[in-house]
Every structure is written in C-alpha cells, then in structure tokens.
Design a protein around this ligand. Structure first.
Ligand code: TYD
Length: 224
C-alpha cells in the first residue's frame, strides 16, 4: 500500500508554527500534493471536546485542578483518536499529513513543563500511539527570550479578543516555558535525523523558504 509522509510542527506558544504550517500547506497544495492538516489537541469530534477541557482557563474552576498525569492522559486520548480517525487513513491513502503539535509537545509540556519526565511520556506514546513517529518534525525554536516575549504578547492579545478561553497554558509562569524550551532542545539533540530545529528569528518568508527546502529534500528521499 502506498504510504504518505507525516510532518509535524512544534514549538512554544507564539513561535509562529501555525503560520508556517499554513504557508507550507498552501505551497504543497499549489504543487498538487494530496494533503491533510490537523492540530492537536483537536482535529476530531472527540478531540475537540478534549481540547475545550484542556485549554479553557475556566476548566480549573468548574472541574477542579487538572493533575499533570490527567493532562497527559487526555492529550494522548486525543492523539490516539486522531491517529485512528485521520492520520493513519490519510497516510495509507498516500497523503502528506501536516500536524500542528504531536507527541513532542507532550514530552516538552507535560514531560518538561509539568515535570513528569520524558520516560513516562514515551511509554504512553508506545501504549496509545503504537509508537507512530513523524517522518519529519519542524521545530521552531528561537531563543528563550524571544519566545517568552512573543508568548506574552500573544497571551495579552488573546485575552482581549476571546476573554479567558484557551489560555490555560498561556498563563503559566516563565519557569514553565523555560523547562519546555530546554526539553525541546533535548529532543532535537536526541533525534537529529527526524527533528529539524529552526532557531533563527528571521522573517516569516525567510523561515518559510527554509522549511520548503527541508521538506523538498525529505520528500525526494524514499520513505524508509
Ligand atoms: P494552541 O492554542 O493550539 O496553541 P499553539 O497555537 O501554540 O499550538 O494550544 C495548544 C496548547 O496545548 C499549547 O499551549 C500546548 C499545549 N499542549 C500540551 O501541553 N501537550 C500536548 O501534547 C499538546 C498537543 C499541546
């Protein structure tokens, strides 16, 4: 059966990865490639429900404190459903799948940020996702200072625009983001063949051009 190509985008909140994913999707579509895009958490009917529990900052007052292990398990429940409903069928049909966040986010946010550690996340990945790994991960990782500045700016904008909704993670203190940033560094160092970190704080167009280059090279290689 033909197999597509699985690409994930990773980075801190406000890293610009969602913009870059859209630009890449547009250019691949222009080339006539079959494409499926999704984001995590979310992307399925069940996942969208999980997303609203996890991201809404009001959840803590209506549901009580969400324990780190619960947060991890919900992220993986969402992911398992997305793999079953969207990702595997698309890959089997030969499509390129572009996913906004995947297991590296769980390792960085729950493993690093919430301090559950990498091992628990990787074991959960094996159990819930049958270890399905992306073929390529674009990690947008400007310096921690630049990332924090952007995340705060975005947090303010979002609070003005949408009230407290979807801000549960974005109202965490700087230390939380420091741990996420260093966990992403650790993942990039551990898996240099899969993970391409983009560290420059360049323009949107320059970063897009860089990503297109990386993707073109990888798509030209046989999947192994
Ligand atoms: P979202 O609004 O999609 O943020 P972004 O545009 O930055 O991706 O919110 C996703 C949030 O959920 C983000 O703060 C990271 C967090 N998250 C985890 O903590 N663990 C995970 O496994 C995933 C997929 C996301």
């Amino acid at each position: 059966m033909p197999r597509g190509f699985f690409i994930t985008f990773e980075g801190l909140d406000g890293s610009g990865k969602t913009t870059q994913l859209r630009l890449l999707a547009d250019s691949l579509e222009t080339e006539g490639r079959a494409l499926v895009t999704l984001r995590q958490p979310g992307g399925t009917a069940l996942g969208d429900r999980i997303r609203s529990i996890l991201l809404d900052s009001r959840s803590e007052s209506t549901l009580g404190h969400i324990a780190p292990a619960t947060e991890m398990a919900l992220m993986f429940a969402d992911r398992a459903q997305a793999i079953h409903e969207v990702i595997l069928p698309a890959l089997s049909a030969g499509s390129i799948v572009l996913c906004d966040r995947y297991t590296d986010s769980s390792e960085a946010y729950q493993g690093g940020g919430r301090q559950l550690g990498s091992q628990r996340i990787l074991e959960m990945h094996a159990a819930a996702c049958d270890n399905l790994q992306p073929d390529l991960t674009i990690l947008l990782l400007p310096s921690l200072e630049a990332s924090l500045k952007r995340a705060r700016r975005r947090n303010q904008r979002n609070t003005q625009k949408k009230g407290a909704d979807e801000n549960r993670f974005e109202s965490e203190p700087d230390d939380f983001y420091r741990r996420i940033h260093s966990k992403y560094e650790e993942i990039a160092a551990r898996e240099p063949h899969r993970v391409f970190p983009i560290r420059e704080d360049a323009s949107i167009e320059q970063i897009h051009a860089h990503i297109r280059e990386i993707v073109a090279v990888r798509l030209a290689q046989p999947v192994g």
